[in-house]
Design a protein around this ligand. Sequence first.
Ligand code: ZN
Length: 339
Amino acid sequence: MTANISQRVETLHASSVIFDGHCDTLIPVRDGNRRLGERVQAQTEGGVLTSQHIDLPRLLEGGVTAQVFACFVRQPFLPADATNEALRLIDAFYGALDENPEALLLATKAADVERAKAEGKVAGVLSLEGAEALEGDLAMLRAFHRLGLRALGLTWNYRNQAADGLGEMRTGGGLTEFGVALVREANRLGVILDVAHLAPPGVRDVLELSEAPVVASHANARTLCDHPRNLTDEQLEGIAASGGLAAVTYVPSFLASPPQEASLERVLDHVDYIVKTIGVDHVGLGSDFDGFGGVLPGLEDVSHLPALTAGLVARGYSDEKVVKILGGNYLRVFRQVAG
Ligand SMILES: [Zn+2]
C-alpha cells in the first residue's frame, strides 16, 4: 500500500461506525473461562490456533463501535433450563458492564451506539439466538426486551416452539402460530428479527410477515459457497426488500469449499457478490467470532479488522460505500427497528 492509501484506510476505519452482527463471546465469559475486559493471548491446541477472537481491548483496537453479543443456549440446557441459561448469559454481559464502565455500554437504541463512538467505547447489543428461552410465551420476549434484548434469531439449527431450524432436514417447516405471534410482537417492541439459522420456509414466512427490516446476522452468499447456512439470491432479495441486510460472516466453511481456502479475500468476494446482487445498502458484517474454531487468514481476530477496510478500499469501494458496509447499514437498521 502506498502511504496515501494507508492514510486513507486509517482515517476511514477510525471515523466509521463499525457494527458487527454476531459473536459468541458471552459463552466463555458466562462459563468463567474468560473476562471480557482481559486480553486473551492467542493459544494453540495441537498446533492449531484456538478460537479466542474477541475481548474488549481487542474490540477497541479493531475499531469496533457496536458488537452484537448473542445469547446462545447450548444443547445440554435444552429444553428445561433454556430460560435460566439465557438469563445467565445476560448476567455475564451485565457483569462485564460493571467491570468495564470505561470500555463498554449497553446499546438499546441507535443513540447509544453514537454515544459509544463519541466516547471511544464498545456498544454491546444483546441478541437471543433461538427462541427456546421464550418457552412459547410472548411475555418472555417482553421481559427479555426490558433486560435490553434488541435482536432475536428465531431458531438455531434445532426445531423450537417458533419454527424449524436449518438442521431439521426431514421436516424443514416454517413458522408455528407462536412464531407468527413472535414476529408481530418483535415488530411491536422494536426487536430486530434475524433469520440466520432458520429453515428456508421460515425465512420466507418472516420476510412475508415482518413489517420491519429483517437481517441475517451471520450468513454468506449461497452462490459463492454452497452451504445450507448461506443465503440464496431469492433470500437476499427478500432481505433487501424488507430494508434489512445480510451480514457477511468469517466462518471458514461458509466462505469457501473446501474451508481451507477461506481467507480475508473470500470475505471480500462475498461482500462484492451481495453488493452486486442486492446493492450496497443491504450488506453488513457478522463475524461469528468466538463461534467457530481456528482462525481465518487475514482476519485472525477482531484486532485485524482494519485489514478488511483496506481490502474494501483496494477493491475500489468509495469512502461512502465502505462506511455503509462496515456499519452504516447496520446502524440504519438498528435505528429503524429499535429507535
Ligand atoms: Zn450462529
